[in-house]
Design a protein around this ligand. Structure first.
Ligand code: UDP
Ligand code: MG
Length: 347
């Protein structure tokens, strides 16, 4: 399998026939072996019936039907889990992404990039409620994550299979796929793609998601920078606060003992105690975080790194693609010492 097209579908009955026609029209001339993976995200209209009919007509079409509406992130995730193509392409089902962008994305993949994002330069959505908030959010996220992508909301994207298999998406994090991919070490490119107004059906999102993006950004930023060392962020502020509280308390003690002043009524006393306690709590949260991190990685046998390839390893190196997925598959004894999160020799 060379290509997997992943399509999240939620109540898109009017769009499905045209989507299939347009996709095959673009994909067939490429001469690649492909599959179209539709994740039916609990549609309540005829979407599933139509998709099922397509699978009977064309064996390249597959449907993953959810029990209920789990959201677009889950739909992408399911597509990634079942994808078998060397390159995985995501595209919306509502025909807003023009499939003619697919060959452009693939050309960039051929140049060697791991993830190629579409950029709806001429986006056909309302300005005030959609385009403006999206521009601001993208700018903000780029500043925070250091990943210079213009359009995270564009579903039309191509990814190498290894990258999507590595990716774990939660909540509504599909909008951060470029940032998560870059964090995994993927090389990134961007190409302008055509965008069309929605003709049938309705958009599933409103302005509310802009605010959720800001919260998600905090999560992503934290995980990117501190996921394996939470004590560094909590501990830093914890030490700072308790240090401040201590100095304040020391000063008050000197005033009391050496200058004979009464300090019982001083707001600084309350502040000093507050700072010291808050500081200690922050340090404790950091320590709890460190324990959680260890059970997260060790309990699930996860790796704290992602391997691109291994050159000149022992003769029993697996010969299939060498990604972090294969690295985790090594027996314990073969693992480099860095997987041991305790900084102690492996037992
Ligand atoms: N979608 C989905 N589950 C949801 C919401 C949306 O699978 O809970 C799909 C939807 O069918 C479409 C794509 O995700 O194919 C993008 O949704 P939409 O067009 O509503 O988003 P917009 O283009 O307005 O940002
Ligand atoms: Mg849309």
């Amino acid at each position: 399998m060379e290509l997997s097209i992943v399509v999240p579908v939620y109540n898109e009955e009017e769009n499905i026939p045209a989507l299939y026609d347009q996709l095959t029209e673009v994909l067939d001339p490429l001469g690649l072996k492909y599959e179209i993976l539709c994740a039916d995200d609990g549609s309540t209209d005829r979407s599933f019936m139509l998709l099922k009919a397509l699978t009977e007509k064309d064996p390249r079409v597959k449907v993953i039907r959810f029990r209920r509406n789990f959201g677009q992130t889950a739909a992408f995730s399911a597509g990634f889990d079942y994808a078998r193509g060397d390159v995985v392409i995501t595209i919306d089902a509502d025909l807003q992404n023009d499939p003619t962008g697919i060959p452009l994305l693939l050309a960039k993949i051929d140049e060697g990039y791991d993830v190629v994002s579409g950029w709806r330069r001429d986006r056909q959505d309302p300005f005030l409620s959609r385009k403006l908030p999206s521009k601001v959010a993208n700018w903000l996220i780029s500043r925070a994550t250091g990943v210079a992508v213009h359009d995270r909301g564009c579903s039309l994207r191509a990814h190498r299979l290894e990258i999507v298999k590595e990716m774990r998406l939660y909540g509504e994090l599909h909008r951060f796929i470029p940032d998560i991919a870059a964090w995994l070490g993927a090389s990134m490119a961007e190409v302008p793609v055509q965008h069309r107004p929605r003709q049938f059906g309705t958009s599933k999102y409103g302005i509310g998601r802009t605010f959720r993006v800001v919260l998600d950004l905090i999560t992503v930023h934290f995980l990117q920078n501190y996921s394996t060392r939470p004590i560094h962020v909590f501990g830093k502020y914890g030490l700072l606060l308790s240090g401040l509280g201590f100095v304040l308390g020391l000063w008050l003690t000197i005033e009391k003992v050496f200058l004979g002043q009464s300090i019982g009524q001083r707001p600084a006393l309350t502040l000093s105690v507050l700072f010291m306690m808050m500081g200690m709590q922050l340090v404790s949260i950091g320590l709890l975080g460190e324990m959680i991190v260890r059970s997260y990685y060790e309990g699930q046998d996860k790796s704290i790194y992602a391997v691109r390839e291994i050159v000149d390893f022992a003769e029993d190196t697996p010969s299939d693609g060498t990604t972090a997925a294969t690295a985790v598959a090594y027996p314990m004894a073969l693992r480099p010492a860095s997987t041991n999160m305790n900084g102690m020799p492996d037992a």
